[in-house]
Design a binder for this molecule. Structure first.
Ligand code: ADP
Ligand code: ASP
Ligand code: MG
Length: 407
């Protein structure tokens, strides 16, 4: 028998989408138990349950309170943990399911995007000592008022990483429907290649820029506490991708991955008076309204006014439009235009730090595909372009090929 380990395993919605898949997860978990390991299993809601619950809420009230949204969305994960425990019992193993609150995942009160403040791991440790497999509902916690909170979309990844840190687990495995992190979303580019090892920094950048496979905040926490993550498939035994602090490559890759994000919309305020304090007013008021602004572009103004464009997430789009129209009136700006038909395409790679010219190559590749760039932003290790949504996938495939990432 191999050395006894404590393993945190997280199974995403796609891995528990139906009865058969739940049974598959149960036998997978049971096999690890047979080898003598201690297991803490984090599960997401079945399939698209969370999306369906959001749709349901929207039918009742499009401006539902965030507290009630959390109350609703957290039920998805509660269903999965109970069903998985039952499936494991059926195989003759001891297992016990818990909500986030029951295992002491304490968060702040920012409903729908709460931050974990601390975890009281005692109950989990007690149950592990009794020889039970502990199953924890992902994506949720409780604040100091005992209100249920959720950790932002994809938040079960964060639950798993935070528990791995708290329990000093030997391994943290994220099981999903792909067998690792790829050079780009394999659903968009079948020629995408699996990356065997990727750094926290690159994964964080890819996740923040739209690679849905890992939640960005979970990578932040993993990086902070040095929790290595193994991303792998719930349907195969293949080794997946290790997300770690440092990857030993002779030379850093110029481009590690390409991401796509269709979850943003563009707002343009026309004829903004060109005087100090105006941008400050627009973006402060948006921030106060809880709108997260992403890319910002201001045109050079020859005259006395300028156009300011920025992007926001689709989720905060209505709120952002309302707020921006109000501010535009107050500062005597012109029309406020909206464009929901955009996508962000980004290239990510640590090698960019020391090699100029990646931006120029990216723009050239897009130009050759006759794709117009509407906005540009850069970081140390990424370059992003906002383009029309209908060209996004063509752009991803072209960039993937021209930067030499394909098979
Ligand atoms: P889960 O239900 O397990 O949480 P997600 O749907 O959140 O799974 O994430 C897995 C999906 O992420 C994959 O099916 C894939 O289409 C998508 N994805 C996007 N970018 C990448 C990438 N670079 N590598 C792997 N998968 C990616
Ligand atoms: N069920 C939640 C979501 O869909 C959390 C997760 O899947 O990680 O966002
Ligand atoms: Mg996910």
């Amino acid at each position: 028998m191999s050395k006894k380990k404590l393993i945190v395993q997280k199974f995403g919605g796609s891995s528990v989408a139906n009865v058969e898949k739940i049974q598959n997860v149960a036998s997978r978990v049971a096999n690890y138990r047979k080898e003598g390991h201690d297991l803490v299993v984090v599960v997401s809601a079945l399939g698209d349950t969370t999306d369906e619950l959001i749709e349901l809420a929207n039918k009742i009230n499009t401006e539902a309170s965030e507290r009630e949204m959390d109350m609703l969305l957290s039920t998805g994960e509660q269903i999965s943990v109970a069903l998985l425990a039952m499936a494991i019992h059926k195989l003759g193993f001891e297992a016990i399911s818990f909500t986030g609150a029951q295992v002491g995942i304490i968060t702040d009160s920012s409903h729908t995007r709460a931050r974990i403040v601390k975890i009281n791991g005692e109950r989990i440790k007690e149950e592990l000592k009794k020889g039970r497999i502990v199953i924890v509902a992902g994506f949720q916690g409780i604040n100091l008022n005992h209100d249920i909170t959720t950790l932002g979309r994809g938040g079960s990844d964060l639950t798993a990483v935070a528990l791995a840190k708290e329990l000093k687990a030997d391994e943290c495995e994220i099981y999903t429907d792909v067998d690792g992190i790829y050079t780009t979303d394999p659903r968009i580019e079948p020629k995408a290649r699996k990356i065997l090892e990727i750094t926290y920094d690159e994964m964080l950048e890819m996740a923040s820029l739209g690679a849905q496979v890992m939640q960005a905040r979970s990578i932040e926490v993993a990086k902070k506490f040095d929790v290595p993550i193994h991303v792998r498939s719930s349907l195969s035994k293949n080794t997946g991708t290790m997300i770690i602090r440092e990857v030993k490559r002779m030379e850093d890759l110029l481009v590690t991955g390409i991401t796509i994000n269709k979850n943003e919309a563009k707002i343009t305020v026309c004829e903004v008076p060109d005087r100090p304090g105006v941008a400050a007013k627009i973006f402060k008021e948006l921030a106060d309204a809880g709108v997260n602004v992403d890319m910002i572009v201001q045109n050079v103004s020859h005259l006395r006014s300028t156009d300011i464009s920025f992007t926001v997430t689709k989720a905060s789009f209505n709120k952002a439009m309302k707020q921006t129209e109000k501010i535009a009136k107050e500062i005597s700006a012109g029309e406020v235009m909206q464009d929901e038909d955009v996508a962000r395409v980004s290239v990510v790679g640590v090698g960019m730090k020391s090699h100029p010219g990646v931006a120029a190559s990216m723009f050239d590749i897009l130009a050759k595909e006759k794709i117009n760039i509407e906005m540009i932003s850069t970081s140390d290790i990424s370059i992003s372009c906002i383009i029309k949504k209908k060209f996004a996938e063509i752009a991803v495939r072209a960039l993937h090929e021209k930067f030499g990432l394909g098979k």
